[in-house]
Design a protein around this ligand. Structure first.
Ligand SMILES: [Zn+2]
Length: 434
């Protein structure tokens, strides 16, 4: 690490310590959820940043149990209820949705985090930003949308429209930035081809994705970049955490917004801390994924402190070629821990299945069924080819790729065009049977 970088890191740490200390004081005094947790861990007075590693983790299950027991809002509230002005819900892909309340200040903090995402992606006030998003209770692109307006962009809400209507609106109104999940962006490409709309020759210059691993999967990213004729950016965030991942334009690197978040990296099984991988070290291996644990510093009304995100990634020490002084994820968020399954002793993440399917090419949509027979799981694929794709060669391409990369024999069944469900928000392509 150069002296200059070391000094920047020192200043960053001092700012984090100051903000953490001020937050901990308010939380310790007024937030029943954390006060009880911390007291049980022996903290009678507010912890400082130096105490962080001794504080208990916070989990989603724990927050959900608290909301069940103290319905509807739970006890992770630092202020009286009348101070809160918004409520959103997690998408509930894993269990009961969580409700999350924001004050005007914490909402603005979330928007400010998004401004950093836009800065990383090179979005400016000259852009026209289209949100292909349903504007429901899921927080998703609500914050991205409002932040784009604050940045001075022309914002274009695309809720309650068909994919065709969205494509025509983007074309007619000259959208330059698309906000969507990666899954939905692929679906837009499929529809555009069918409708004869030339997206690659259109005005879209950037696409920004969130909601699921995908834009960080190189084969998906390439497909989106070619289809839209655009630069493709991933961002990472969660309803209960905020927008914490900022692209820098170097590969799939995703920086932690360390001005607003404290990151820890742990072994998923044991919870033991891991030091970030030194940036000078060569290629990170496939088996060195760890779980990200985040503490946010600006959402004092409903904070997460040492929150186990379930996001699996490779954390690298500061020193990205982009010159940013923050630590970063090599390849973005690679997978979600909750989604992992084991087939014949091989740990398989749905994002790895997705990567192989996109690499094979020619797939419009797919569905995977994982059958757990006794302790031996089997995985089967249903695949809907793109129009005009040769289904026999597609089947053998896919089977070869799964055999070669994951040492798995995966039966592939080819289905009719339009027979598999399409998704706008979080895709739900995996079925688990006992
Ligand atoms: Zn970077």
């Amino acid at each position: 690490m150069t002296d200059r970088l070391a000094r920047r890191r020192q200043r960053l740490r001092a700012r984090q310590a100051d903000r953490f200390g001020r937050m901990a004081e308010q939380v310790h005094r007024h937030n029943p959820f954390y006060r009880a947790k911390w007291r049980a861990a022996g903290f009678e007075s507010p912890p400082t940043l130096d105490d962080l590693a001794d504080l208990p983790f916070t989990t989603k299950e724990e927050l959900a149990r608290d909301q069940d027991a103290n319905a509807p809002w739970g006890t992770n509230l630092t202020f009286p209820l009348e101070r809160y002005v918004r409520v959103h819900r997690t998408s509930g892909t894993t269990g009961t949705p969580l409700r999350w309340l924001d004050t005007p200040a914490s909402w603005q903090w979330f928007l400010d985090c998004w401004l950093a995402v836009y800065e990383g992606a090179g979005v400016t006030s000259a852009d026209r930003v289209f949100a292909a998003f349903g504007f429901g209770p899921f927080i998703g692109f609500w914050t991205a949308f409002e932040a784009a307006q604050q940045l001075g962009c022309l914002v274009q809400p695309g809720g309650h429209l068909s994919t065709e209507q969205r494509l025509r609106m983007m074309r007619d109104d000259g959208s330059t930035v698309l906000l969507s999940t990666p899954t939905y962006a692929l679906r837009m490409l499929e529809s555009a081809r069918r409708l004869g709309i030339d997206l690659a020759g259109g005005a879209v210059e950037r696409t920004i994705h969130a909601g699921e691993p995908g834009a960080g999967v190189p084969a998906v990213k390439q497909q989106l970049a070619a289809g839209f004729g655009a630069r493709v950016f991933d961002h990472a965030g969660a309803t209960e955490v905020g927008a914490w991942g900022v692209p820098c334009g170097i590969g799939e690197n995703l920086h932690i917004l360390e001005n607003e978040f404290i990151v820890e990296w742990i072994d998923r099984e044991t919870g033991a801390p891991r030091p970030p991988i030194e940036t000078a070290e060569a290629e990170a291996g496939a088996d060195d994924l760890g779980e990200l644990v985040l503490t946010n510093l600006g959402r004092i009304g409903s904070p997460v402190i040492r929150y186990r995100t379930g996001d699996m990634a490779r954390l690298r020490a500061a020193g990205c070629p982009s010159g940013r002084p923050t630590v970063y994820l090599d390849g973005g968020v690679v997978a979600r821990a909750d989604d992992m399954f084991i087939v014949r002793g091989v740990n398989v993440y749905p994002s790895a299945v997705e990567a192989l399917i996109r690499e094979a090419g020619g797939v419009a949509e797919y569905r995977a069924t994982v059958r757990r027979r006794s302790r031996m799981a089997e995985v089967e694929l249903q695949v809907e080819p793109e129009p005009g794709a040769d289904s026999r060669s597609l089947r053998s391409r896919l089977q070869d790729l799964f055999e070669e990369r994951l040492s798995l024999r995966v039966p592939v069944r080819i289905t009719d065009a339009g027979s598999l469900p399409r998704y706008e928000l979080k895709a739900n392509r995996f079925t688990f049977l006992d």
